[in-house]
Write a protein that binds this ligand. Structure first.
Ligand code: SF4
Length: 214
């Protein structure tokens, strides 16, 4: 029997814990998707498309979801057959094929998103301060993964050209978003912001440094 005096490294146990949460999240995804007659990948694609102002290329969708291009292509074809997505010209290159969500796609996405998943409920059950700390830890882990090129750059404040960390004396709202020209706090930190524009690598590094130093 494993004794508590010789545990695996904490990083390993955090990873084990995240894997357990991922199981609950996958189950939530299936429940949401099945309620609307979709597969989780199809729902994830609709969610991704709905957060973009422009049609998105298949390759970008596949990279974002971490699936192969054929898998993304099959899922998009199924969404097109159901009338939830449609082909469109890619921004900046009229000849390149891209995909956009339709009004029916947005409607089914809203329906699917109406019910709170068990993982979201578990996060909401944490005290407010712990929610904020957890969000910051997740942001740091995501940033580490994207700097290691394990995942694409995410639309987080930490990588955004509009993000100005610690511009204000207000402890509740120390940061500034130049896009909306407003102060905001840690708990308002975005992980997937529609208005996000990726800063250049040097600016990203400097901004992150300032954010870390606080
Ligand atoms: S535009 Fe969005 S991602 Fe960028 S700083 Fe503002 S809230 Fe954050």
């Amino acid at each position: 029997m494993e004794t508590p005096l010789d545990p695996t490294p904490i990083s390993h146990r955090i990873s084990e814990g995240l894997a357990r949460l991922a199981v609950a999240m996958r189950s939530d995804d299936w429940t949401r998707a099945e309620a609307t007659g979709l597969k989780p990948t199809q729902l994830a694609i609709l969610d991704y498309l709905a957060g973009r102002d422009q049609p998105v290329r298949v390759k970008e969708i596949a990279v974002h979801l971490g699936v192969s291009q054929p898998t993304a292509t099959d899922s998009i074809a199924a969404l097109e057959r159901k009338g939830y997505a449609e082909k469109a010209a890619a921004a900046g290159d009229k000849r390149a094929a891209a995909v956009a969500v339709t009004a029916a796609g947005r409607a089914i996405l809203a329906e699917a998103s109406a019910a709170e998943g068990s993982a979201t409920a578990a996060a909401r059950a944490l005290p407010a301060e712990e929610q904020e700390d957890l969000l910051m830890s997740i942001v740091k882990m995501i940033r580490h993964l994207q700097e290691a090129e394990a995942i694409p750059v995410q639309r987080m404040c930490a990588t955004c050209r509009y993000f100005r960390p610690y511009q204000h004396d207000d402890a509740a709202k120390p940061h500034h978003c130049d896009f909306v020209n407003a102060a905001f706090g840690q708990r308002d930190f975005r992980v997937d912001c529609r208005e996000h524009e990726t800063a250049d690598p040097a600016t990203r590094a400097a901004t992150w440094d300032a954010f870390q130093k606080g």
